[in-house]
Write a protein that binds this ligand. Sequence first.
Ligand SMILES: Nc1ncnc2c1ncn2[C@@H]1O[C@H](COP(=O)(O)OP(=O)(O)OP(=O)(O)O)[C@@H](O)[C@H]1O
Length: 283
Amino acid sequence: MTIKLDERKDMKTTTSVKNRTKINNDKKEAGEESKIFQVSDLNLWYGSDQALYKINMEIPEKQVTAIIGPSGCGKSTYLKALNRMVEMVPIVKTSGTIKYRDKNIYEDRFHVEDLRAKVGMVFQKPNPFPKSVYDNVAYGPRVHGIKKKEVLDAIVEKSLKDAAIWDELKDRLDENAYGLSGGQQQRVCIARALAVEPDVILMDEPTSALDPISTLKVEELVQELKKKYSIVIVTHNMQQAARISDKTAFFLNGELIEFAETGELFQNPSDKRTEDYITGRFG
Ligand SMILES: Nc1ncnc2c1ncn2[C@@H]1O[C@H](COP(=O)(O)OP(=O)(O)OP(=O)(O)O)[C@@H](O)[C@H]1O
């Protein structure tokens, strides 16, 4: 039997994904999975109001980490601290360290633009630019100096494919992204984040403005994306955290109360406050 080149490529990809999954599982069992972020004693203030208290957390590589907790507990603040986006609020002050791939992101020689290119973000409300689908996705690569049309074409196609929306939009690349449905806009925003080849994708309630079908598509996409990227997702929806994440962190009043394997946290929480929250006693 002869195997066509494409099939061989597919087999190779499947095998390497299987191998990678096996390596990840072996590492997990041995307790030595790689960390993408190491957060130590992180405190954060908006002016004189403290929003995060002494957060210590190691975020695993190529997994989905969910952040849950009641409104105002500091989930978004924490997420935006990971790529220093929170500092766009001028009154923000921090102490402690956040290491991204073993480098302290607060050290002066770490350029914040480099960090944000590697640690991309997708927001709650889809926020495409008022431009064509193509120009939305090509925006980041162009900012990074890529001008050649064939290179941009290839990036746009790959990013839209990775965001699972190429088939829907390949004939609509010149249309304004504002004309798409909310779910399509969100996947274009994910493609825009992927176009600059990030390492980590931070997602701040990416499905809360979407209908159930679009939500399902984004959830399936997250499962695909974690093969290549590390994902940290803030969600209000506990079922969503349980469905799509490997690890879950529960925040309350700016503190990290519990961080565990998702199944463990939901089935056998070690802190009474986590139990009260996931069983709906508050929040
Ligand atoms: N720009 C800001 N200026 C001042 N205080 C802020 C700012 N953004 C957030 N905060 C405060 O920081 C605390 C944490 O807010 P944050 O938005 O991180 O919580 P959250 O858990 O993401 O909430 P939600 O689930 O409602 O989005 C809150 O007390 C909030 O009022």
